[in-house]
Design a binder for this molecule. Structure first.
Ligand code: DSN
Length: 428
């Protein structure tokens, strides 16, 4: 036993147990997901795909990977799934590699309005290799104006349009995005990393019938291990007429599989793929919808309470599991970094986040992002969420009142004992 590392793991477990986790991209997996992730499968090399590996001894991991694929297809009613991407960013990079040439124009949601790095940000591979263009939200409503998306698409003629975000609290009009993509001859990619679990529960619009390709992470609202996936509702012939040496049309599934391996990655993480399969199995159980409904109800309760206390929520509310709060509406001098630090001192974990048209930098920000996926897994209901908003509001009311923050931390640590986490295990 490596005492140094395992003591630190114990400390992290304690931190997770005692605090209130509001980072919108985090969740608590089941013990079964942790067990699969920490299994002997980590020892196995399996470059390639089930039945077509570059290493021997893959009979068992082939079965595991096939089950993960089948379950994921069942969760989303999809015909194709690739469960090998190590992360959401790598899933996106693989799609770009498969469907674009360097320099091709792409159109994604602006990172500073709530988009994601891997959708064309200048500091990411996607913005360095491709000609990135962006749509955003309107200053007055905080909503995406689809007519403006269409005008932008007609202007820049993207080869790929990306819908999806990291900090957008509203649902997506995938049908309108598809109409725009068809009009300009673009492929449409939905990155559903954030709302995927709610889409799986059929509580939000379904991208699968409209988008050529869908990517996701597996660890946010899907509540699986850290990782990524690529899905297609229906496989289709590549639009560029690419053929094999024998003259057969290459299907998009083959292009995406080759883009993931050998294009973007080497050996798949079969222990993580097993954990993905476990998580997808959990999503297929009837209780998943109940979880999703509670995630949404909790988010709506929190948003309503923040608004009633004078905070501005971008777009005026939430349809999903998160909200982006512009602190300037209530505390013009308080920035996101200060708010994050003060809340962490009370064991409330959120992340500072830029708000659209922010006057501060990404390291300081004027906002915070709050999500309910993790606290709902802990068992929080609406009344618990209202209590959390009260604590947050009290702390932000005077971030320098260290005694009050320490009192709230004690109260929270005590409160969280009623919401046990990994109780049966000494080490997870
Ligand atoms: N970093 C993730 C998030 O917090 O939304 C996205 O990759």
């Amino acid at each position: 036993m490596d005492k140094i590392i395992f003591d630190l793991i114990e400390k992290e477990l304690s931190r997770q147990r005692h605090g209130i986790e509001l980072i919108a991209s985090e969740n608590f997996t089941s013990q079964a997901v942790i067990d699969a992730t920490g299994s002997c499968l980590t020892n196995k090399y399996a470059e390639g795909y089930p039945g077509k590996r570059y290493y021997g001894g893959c009979e068992i991991v082939d079965q595991i990977e096939n089950i993960a694929i089948q379950r994921l297809c069942e969760v989303f009613g999809a015909e194709y799934a690739n469960v090998q991407p190590h992360s959401g960013a790598q899933a996106n990079a693989a799609v770009f590699l498969g469907v674009l040439k360097p320099g091709d124009p792409i159109l994604g949601f602006d990172l500073s309005h709530g988009g994601h790095l891997s959708h064309g940000s200048a500091v990411n591979y996607s913005g360095l290799v491709y000609n990135a263009n962006f749509y955003g939200v309107e200053p007055d409503t905080g909503l995406i104006d689809m007519d403006k998306v269409e005008a932008k698409a007609l202007e820049v003629k993207p080869k790929l349009i990306i819908c999806g975000a990291s900090a957008y609290s509203r649902d997506w009009d995938y049908g309108r995005f598809r109409a725009i993509a068809d009009k300009v001859g673009a492929l449409l990619l939905a990155d559903i990393a954030h709302p995927a679990g709610l889409i799986a529960a059929k509580l939000l619009n379904d991208p699968i019938p409209h988008c050529h390709i869908v990517t996701s992470t597996t660890h946010k609202t899907l509540r699986g291990p850290r990782g990524g996936v690529i899905i297609m509702g229906k496989d289709f012939e590549n639009p560029w007429g690419k053929k094999t040496n024998k003259g057969a049309t290459i299907m998009m599934s083959a292009i995406l599989n080759s883009a993931v391996f050998p294009g973007m990655q080497g050996g798949p993480l079969e222990h993580v793929i097993a954990a993905k399969a476990v998580a997808f199995g959990e999503i297929l159980s009837p209780s998943w919808k109940v979880y999703g409904q509670q995630v949404q109800a909790n988010a709506q309760a929190m948003a309503g309470s923040f608004i009633s206390k004078g905070y501005h929520i971008i777009s005026g509310g939430t349809d999903n599991h998160l909200m982006l709060i512009d602190l300037r509406s209530k505390y013009p001098d308080l920035n996101g970094r200060q708010a994050e630090d003060a809340l962490i001192n009370a064991d409330i974990t959120i992340n500072k986040n830029m708000v659209p048209f922010d006057s501060r930098s990404a390291f300081v920000t004027s906002g915070i992002r709050v999500g309910t996926a993790a606290i709902t897994t802990r068992g929080f209901k609406e009344e618990d969420c209202l209590r959390v908003v009260d604590w947050i509001d009290t702390i932000l009311g005077d971030i320098n009142d260290e005694a009050r923050i320490a009192n709230i931390r004690d109260e929270i640590n005590e409160y969280m004992t009623a919401f046990p986490l990994y109780e049966d295990k000494v080490t997870v």
